[in-house]
Design a binder for this molecule. Structure first.
Ligand code: PHE
Length: 344
């Protein structure tokens, strides 16, 4: 063994032994400089390979490589140990206060119209009604003709209608076209449905009128349905919605798709029927239209009017919401003002 090989072997033993004593990153750095740095024995030996004889060169080369690999792998092991230890120390020092309150969660709210809608579903659900959805963009036939309002009939003037470029397609002016759709789907079974949804009318907007508004339609078709069923159901609904003291009346009216027809009025909840600004001095508030389903409409729905009868009603959900929460302008409902919506 040559002198240099012996030196290298000693260097390895010294290096490994002194590495044992190293416990922190700084000392490890110094050790690295010492044994593997530019002026370490290992590196300087690499630098002067040319000065060895042809016979010595492979022997020295092999020896210095062995030492380098041994020192480097010991270094890597030590680095890992130190990293693990400092991690553990950090975890031990850290404290976690599990009693600290969490970050508050911002809660969303239901829109007042949806609050009313849920109440309506609950009330009619209790009475055995099912919810049936039907399209907001309708055919002219569904919105008018099948509801006993033929083309060009002046009764169409009751609704200021949005037509589309295709004249046979309209934005529905009421939820009544759902009567035809639900009858055609349920035929020949008896049915008891509510049809909620948006309706559109080309009207001047003011405190109590919006271009878009919500309605729900009520439809019952069965054998032996009478006007008394209509009256009882509407009165019961009003009391469940506005409280047991609510009083209703049916006022004679006209709709092409019901016969006889009526308006459902509720005694003004603001003045108790005395007459005030909200009820325009009449003592009554209008909730919606209703009546016995016209025989021709039953026929359009597929039912034989000699065997079946039914009643229908259309109630404004926006109106109902204004009354429930004492809101004085319908336009608040769609203005999307968070200061208004936060109150519900
Ligand atoms: N569709 C009517 C309207 O919106 C209301 C209504 C529905 C009347 C059902 C009678 C029966 O004006």
């Amino acid at each position: 063994m040559t002198e240099i090989e012996k030196l290298l072997q000693e260097e390895q033993q010294k290096g490994l032994a002194s590495l044992e004593a190293v416990t922190d990153a700084e000392t490890l750095d110094a050790w690295k400089q010492n044994y593997l740095g530019k002026s370490s024995l290992v590196m300087t030996t690499f630098g002067k390979m040319g000065s060895f004889s042809k016979e010595e060169r492979p022997l020295v080369g092999r020896a210095v490589n062995t030492v380098k690999v041994a020192l480097e792998s010991a270094l890597a092991g030590k680095e890992e140990t130190i990293r693990q230890e400092s991690l553990l120390k950090g975890i031990e020092k850290e404290t976690l206060d599990v009693t600290l309150p969490g970050y508050p969660i911002k809660r969303g709210r239901l829109h007042p119209i949806n609050l009313s809608l849920r109440e309506i579903y609950r009330i009619f659900g209790d009475m055995g009604f099912q919810v049936y959805s039907s399209p907001e963009v309708e055919t002219d036939d569904m919105n008018f003709t099948f509801l006993n309002i033929p083309p060009y009939h002046p009764a169409r003037d009751m609704w200021d209608t949005f037509y589309t470029e295709d004249e046979s397609v309209v934005l529905r002016t009421h939820t009544s076209p759902g009567q035809i759709r639900s009858m055609r789907e349920y035929y020949p079974n008896p049915l008891r449905v509510i049809l909620p949804g948006a309706c559109m009318r080309y009207e001047q907007q003011d405190q109590s009128h919006e271009i878009e508004f919500m309605q729900f339609e009520l439809l019952v078709v069965d054998k032996n349905i009478t006007f008394a069923d209509l009256k009882g159901t509407m009165d019961d609904f009003t009391k469940r919605m506005f409280g047991p003291d609510a009083r209703t009346r049916l006022r004679p009216s006209h709709f092409p798709f019901t016969e006889p027809s009526a308006e459902l009025d509720m005694a003004c909840i603001f003045c108790g029927g005395e007459g005030c600004g909200v009820c325009h001095g009449t003592g009554w508030l209008e909730l919606g239209g209703c009546g016995m389903v016209h025989p021709r409409v039953l026929q359009y729905g597929g039912y034989d009017p000699e065997v079946y009868s039914g009643f229908a009603a259309g109630v404004g959900i926006d109106r109902t919401t204004l009354l429930r929460y004492h809101i004085d302008d319908i336009r608040y409902l769609r203005a999307n003002d968070i200061r208004f919506l936060e109150q519900f």
